[in-house]
Design a protein around this ligand. Sequence first.
Ligand SMILES: CCCCCCCCCC(=O)SCCNC(=O)CCNC(=O)[C@H](O)C(C)(C)COP(=O)(O)OP(=O)(O)OC[C@H]1O[C@@H](n2cnc3c(N)ncnc32)[C@H](O)[C@@H]1OP(=O)(O)O
Length: 194
Amino acid sequence: MRGTSAALQPPADATAPVRHPEAPAPGELLGAHYGQCFGCGGEQPHGLHLEARAGEGVSLTAEFTVKIAHQGAPGLAHGGILASALDEALGSLNWLLRTIAVTGRLETDFVRPVPVDAVLHLQAEVTAVAGRKIYATATGRIGGPDGPLAVRADALFIEVKVDHFIDHGRQEEIQAAMDDPDQFRRARAFEVNP
Ligand SMILES: CCCCCCCCCC(=O)SCCNC(=O)CCNC(=O)[C@H](O)C(C)(C)COP(=O)(O)OP(=O)(O)OC[C@H]1O[C@@H](n2cnc3c(N)ncnc32)[C@H](O)[C@@H]1OP(=O)(O)O
């Protein structure tokens, strides 16, 4: 069974997404956008350490290995963790558009249980853009990139200004990210054009 609410259907005047001319080339690793990100950061011991690679157009592939810390039922990945992996893969697409956006809605189908030690092979793409709204879809397969479908999601991202983070984030982390002497890392923490 698959359920997608009306809010995730692009309107009739939606347009095809446009890959930014400076987006990483197909096959290139995107790298972590922020070291402390639960989804992709290298500084989170129990994070997902998701590694995403640019694909063609506005698409990407990513892998996430389910660790002991990611369990729900014994030996199986927690559903919220799988949703996080989908959210991270979908959110990373915005780097290919060079648009700052946050998840407004995420609808997930859990199709098959995912055991500890399994590699979740994710594929995500932006399907349409309408004003501030970015529509995207993702799948997660186990046993290989063409293996059985385990999870899938449809999402709506909403474009925001960098002020979204500055106004709402805890001051300590915002300041530390803004004080980073590495200009590229500073820009990527907020997904701003470096
Ligand atoms: C640094 C970047 C990170 C990149 C990688 C990270 C990957 C992970 C991504 C995430 O997890 S982001 C974190 C989770 N998301 C959030 O914390 C967002 C929290 N929500 C908000 O801040 C606001 O609700 C939001 C910015 C999404 C929208 O508020 P706004 O005041 O800017 O927009 P507004 O409410 O005016 O809505 C604009 C349009 O979007 C629609 N919309 C907003 N939220 C929606 C929603 N939840 N479902 C459906 N439609 C929604 C809304 O109906 C409207 O449609 P119309 O223009 O047609 O009237």
